[in-house]
Ligand binder design. Structure first.
Ligand code: SAH
Ligand code: SF4
Ligand code: F3S
Length: 481
């Protein structure tokens, strides 16, 4: 394994040359990007789009109109892969209608050798496959496909590059933005494919991260999410002792006003120092602060299962972190990820997970049925849990959390909250949605001019996944976070 290197100026320049060459030979056109998976992938798609725009392509939301289709895939569960494959299959008709169309698949799914080989054979109309660690070479692969009229398949899970200096295309005027602070993962949780498809953990230089955040704030972005598979192991090369808490502290001393979120944290690496930095820097008007929300994936409440998962913490350690957070940051919202039906999970292990839900009192959970991933240790473990048992446990987990979330949300009824308006609701076009600091979604009657602005809402009703409110400008009582 080579050490991680920051993309050389030479390599960046080379890619800018390819962008120019593609622009010359293609002379415009439209690009459609479909993104699956986590925010890391959404962030990667912003870079792919940035490069595509530099090559003269304009973004379209209609695949039939496109001259270039990119599918940025996820491999975290089987369902994510099947969805990406089926959507990709659907683009065959676009190619039949427009033979000059170029289709490329990138991201985590195609970074697996077996998927790469399968797509190469079974999807002859796919022009290129590009792995996550080679994303910066997108202009080069595209140029090769166009110039040589040949298919290309590039993955290399052994290289660890940090690509600075390539174009990024963010939604113009959007109040929220994401900034990757690190790439890859070295934790090798036994169920997880991510370390195999995203390469070794590598941290960007703090100066580069801070400059990107500074420039977003000065351009009017209000909320910024710092991204990494395990932000608590942020460790830039050659900066002994400088970690995630230090980075957050430096970001909070920037000029301007913004709220910083981050994800994801690993309980084995989350520090008391980090919680102290959060406590010292709450969001306040006129300054940069850190939101009072913490996503801390538990996965299982059973120490036996946590060990089999290679998570390297115990339920007791997890609870001590939660206690400290609650003590230092009153009102903090805590959310988690849970996997149900990990190999060997007994009813007793599962009860320990339910017990943790009640003890922690999560504001929300993201729960997943265990999915076997080719090449991971858990896929080879004995005692795989039958589907019906997994589903039954999953539904009990959801039921319990629904009650807990609803109870937590009820506290807001009759109180006011401050929230950032996201726009028209996806489910009811007559309503608007806004997101609170603790990541609660509020439905309310609004107007288009409010999108991207903060409003104060009086909460009139609550369900487990939604608050219902109305604009409240007059003093109508307490404002909760
Ligand atoms: N790096 C992050 C999350 C990465 S994947 C972390 O460590 O928390 C997001 C979530 O997907 C994980 O937290 C886990 O709950 C879930 N997940 C990962 N692999 C899975 C698998 N094989 N089956 C089911 N869920 C999985
Ligand atoms: Fe996967 Fe574990 Fe890494 Fe998260 S920390 S990405 S769950 S291996
Ligand atoms: Fe999926 Fe890759 Fe993210 S596997 S969850 S898109 S890191």
């Amino acid at each position: 394994m080579k050490n991680s290197v920051i993309l050389s100026r030479q390599e960046t320049d080379k890619q800018f040359e390819y962008m120019e060459r593609v622009r010359e030979v293609v002379g415009g056109g439209k690009v459609f990007i479909q993104t699956f998976g986590c925010q890391q992938n959404v962030s990667d798609s912003e870079r792919l789009l940035g490069m595509a725009e530099k090559m003269g392509f304009k973004k379209t939301t209609v695949p039939e109109e496109a001259d270039l289709i990119l599918v940025n895939t996820c491999a975290v569960r089987e369902h994510a892969e099947l969805k990406a494959l089926s959507i990709t299959g659907g683009y065959k008709h676009c190619k039949e209608k427009k033979p000059s169309l170029i289709i490329g698949i990138c991201g985590c799914m195609v970074s697996q050798e077996h998927r790469l080989e399968d797509i190469k054979k079974r999807y002859p109309y796919i022009d290129f496959l590009l792995g996550t660690t080679l994303m910066h070479r997108f202009p080069e692969i595209l140029y090769g496909v166009i110039a040589d009229k040949e298919r290309r398949f590039w993955i290399d899970n052994d290289i660890s590059v940090i690509s600075e200096g390539l174009p990024v295309s963010r939604e113009p005027g959007a109040p929220e933005a994401m900034v990757s602070i690190m790439y890859g993962c070295d934790n090798f949780c036994t169920y997880c494919i991510v370390p195999y498809v995203r390469g070794r953990e590598r941290s960007r230089e703090p100066e580069a991260v801070i400059e990107e955040v500074r420039s977003l704030i000065s351009s009017g972005v209000k909320e910024i999410t710092l991204l990494g598979q395990n932000v608590n192991s942020y460790r830039p090369v050659g900066r002994d002792g400088y970690g995630f808490a230090g980075l957050l502290g430096d970001i909070c001393s920037l000029e301007g006003e913004a709220v910083i979120h981050f994800m994801t944290s690993h309980p084995k690496d989350a520090t008391y120092e980090l919680i102290d930095v959060m406590a010292a820097n709450p969001p306040e008007s006129g300054r940069v602060g850190i939101s009072r929300r913490f996503h801390l994936p538990l996965q299982s409440g059973s120490d036996r299962i946590l060990k089999l998962m290679n998570r390297r913490y115990t339920a007791a350690h997890y609870l001590s972190l939660v206690d400290y957070m609650r003590k230092r940051i009153p009102g903090i919202a805590i959310t988690t990820d849970i996997i149900v039906g990990f190999p060997g999970e007994t009813e007793e292990d599962f009860s320990a997970t339910l017990d943790m839900l009640s003890r922690v009192g999560y504001d929300n959970i993201y729960s997943f049925i265990y999915s076997k991933r080719v090449g991971t240790p858990a896929a080879e473990m004995k005692d795989q849990i039958p589907e019906d048992v997994k589903k039954e446990r999953f539904s009990r987990l959801i039921q319990l959390q629904s009650r807990i979330s609803k109870d937590k949300n009820q506290i807001y009824v009759g109180k006011r909250v401050r929230a950032l308006v996201e726009g028209r609701s996806k489910t009811d076009k007559d309503k608007f949605t806004a997101r609170t600091e603790t990541n609660r979604l509020v439905h309310f009657d609004g107007e288009d001019g409010l999108t991207g602005k903060y409003v104060t809402l009086y909460i009139e009703g609550a369900e487990s996944h939604m608050l219902y409110g109305r604009l409240s400008e007059a003093d109508e009582g307490d404002i909760l976070i």
